[in-house]
Design a protein around this ligand. Structure first.
Ligand SMILES: [Fe+2]
Length: 366
């Protein structure tokens, strides 16, 4: 990647393809003191108010800088690297390569907690690991009540839901969700009925005295790629048909329509939703429903298969951070008479982890 000049025009060259950079694009980036606020890096001018045709009057490359004089009398000196950064994907976590995994995964992405971890390089490594595998486990997190709130807010901002700012996972009488019982929970994603669905779940183990109650994780990315390869017709229909996810409580009815496997604009994996207690398939032709139900059964079989399910026990002090768009989670049953099992959970969104990651990348010059 490099910048080239010709006839007062600036070109961006990458792998043999050469494109002119629009003069206005450069004009928007002028960075002198009277154009950009030093502290916030926010513009002090409104580019939509610039009238007339912006052209380059003079341009030169000198060392690490591109110096430009525009026809409206403004001059600026931009670092070439800052321009190249805008054309590369290295800053964007969307381009972190996901690593597919199944039950044979032996590295549980453990990182030891310390008070100052949120500002340390190890947090950058933990977040990169999170984006690669979809989960990470912090060990030795203080087992204080509500510590999860402090933890979440030290990465970004808590995403409050209908279950509150955070929720206590322990069996209780008259629960409004099966999570609050000692019953087994098959792999599922959380809150598929919300718009938008909370991105990341944090689960902090405070007590776990029972012999059962193992946590389970399944990589939805691995499973849907497998489905795409072995049963393309099933994959296709699950990525096309929107189903209604619904949650009903005493004072709220939450509903959202979405595909069970959601792809992005490039037809790549974006999100899975799976919660067979909460989904309602629309009425379609019988043949189409036959195919849809067969597809749903197949993906359910894969999600529930031993081959893909990671099973491990959270011990007090463990804090599991998992991607609710990529992973499914669940737990095995336990006997509440054996002792206490107490976890606290909450959600944060991707802008929290992305914001922290970019901050640490900048801080440590990575
Ligand atoms: Fe859940």
């Amino acid at each position: 990647m490099k910048i080239e000049l010709s006839d007062n025009k600036v070109f961006f060259e990458n792998n043999g393809s050469k494109k002119e950079i629009h003069p206005f694009w450069l004009r928007e980036r002028v960075n002198g003191e009277s154009f950009v606020d030093k502290g916030t890096q926010q513009r002090l001018f409104d580019p939509t108010e610039l009238k007339g045709n912006i052209e380059i009057k003079n341009v030169s490359l000198s060392g690490k800088f591109l110096e430009v004089a525009f026809n409206d009398g403004v001059e600026t000196k931009l670092t070439i690297q800052s321009i190249l950064n805008e054309f590369s994907n290295t800053n964007d976590v969307k381009f972190t390569d996901k690593i597919k995994w199944d039950s044979t995964l032996s590295n549980l992405n453990n990182f030891e907690f310390s008070k100052s971890i949120f500002e340390e390089k190890v947090m950058y490594e933990a977040l990169i690991s999170f984006y690669k595998y979809g989960f990470v486990i912090f060990k030795k997190v203080p087992t204080e009540n509500d510590f999860i709130v402090k933890f979440a807010n030290s990465i970004g901002s808590i995403r409050r839901t209908n279950f509150g700012e955070f929720f206590n996972v322990k069996s209780k009488p008259n629960p409004n969700d099966l999570a609050y019982t000692s019953l087994p929970l098959a792999p599922h994603t959380d809150n598929p009925y919300r718009n938008p669905v909370p991105c990341i779940q944090l689960l902090h183990c405070i007590e776990n005295e029972v012999s059962g109650g193992y946590s389970t994780l399944v990589d939805g990315y691995t499973v849907t790629e497998k489905l795409k390869k072995d049963h393309p017709d099933y994959f296709k229909i699950l990525t096309e048909i929107k189903v209604r996810y619904q949650f009903i409580d005493q004072d709220v009815v939450l509903e959202d329509w979405s595909e069970m496997i959601k792809l992005d604009e490039n037809k790549n994996f974006k999100q899975v939703r799976f919660s067979p207690r909460l989904d309602f398939v629309p009425l379609m032709d019988k043949e189409k429903l036959d195919l849809y139900y067969a597809a749903r059964n197949k993906i359910s079989e894969l999600y529930n298969s031993d081959k893909y399910r990671l099973e491990f026990k959270l011990v007090p002090g463990d804090l599991l951070m998992m991607d609710n768009y990529r992973l499914l989670h669940g737990r095995t049953s336990y006997d509440a008479n054996e002792g206490n099992r107490f976890l606290q959970g909450c959600y944060i969104d991707y802008d929290s982890t992305e914001g922290k990651l970019k901050h640490l990348k900048r801080k440590f010059n990575i």
